[in-house]
Design a protein. Structure first.
Ligand code: UDP
Ligand code: MG
Length: 139
């Protein structure tokens, strides 16, 4: 059975550009309820741990550097089939391939600076949510 929670981050360039309100509005308008949310900044070390699954990929170093370059907004979101429906809402990794109406199509700058993160599985949604939020920060 598909789980009902996913994890997202609004990435540094979107926060910097003042797009976080519009992005969050789109998430809520698409039926996602905010369970937990905070503005924070990842150290390089914590960004490295968060993206450890990509350690062997050529873009890992730049990704860690970028994701620690400024504040992000982290959130746990709730909806039926949250992981898959949220991946549909954000669109392809590369905004030039993202469908019309998706968050990345509208807000992403590039394949690297692509506005938002979305978990890729129920298991990772849970791990990523735990990475940022204690149980008394979830509502
Ligand atoms: N990324 C990148 N270059 C690539 C692929 C990915 O810079 O060729 C970055 C991008 O920010 C992406 C993140 O690494 O969001 C994680 O990659 P993944 O393949 O998991 O894409 P996502 O799940 O975010 O769509
Ligand atoms: Mg991914």
């Amino acid at each position: 059975m598909a789980g009902n929670r996913t994890f997202t981050m609004i990435k540094p360039e979107a926060v910097e550009n003042g797009a976080s309100g519009a992005i969050l509005a789109k998430m809520e308008a698409s039926g996602f309820r905010i369970v937990a949310m905070k503005k924070t900044r990842l150290s390089e070390e914590r960004a490295g741990v968060f993206y450890e699954v990509h350690k062997e990929r050529p873009f890992y170093g730049e990704l860690v550097e970028y994701m620690s370059s400024g504040p992000i907004i982290a959130a746990i979101l709730e909806k039926d089939k949250a992981v898959i429906d949220f991946r549909t809402l954000i669109g392809s990794t590369d905004p030039s391939e993202a469908a019309e109406g998706t968050i990345r199509k509208e807000f992403a700058e590039s394949k690297a600076k692509n506005a938002v993160h979305g978990s890729d599985s129920d298991e990772n949604a849970s791990i990523e949510g735990e990475f940022f939020f204690a149980s008394d920060e979830r509502f």
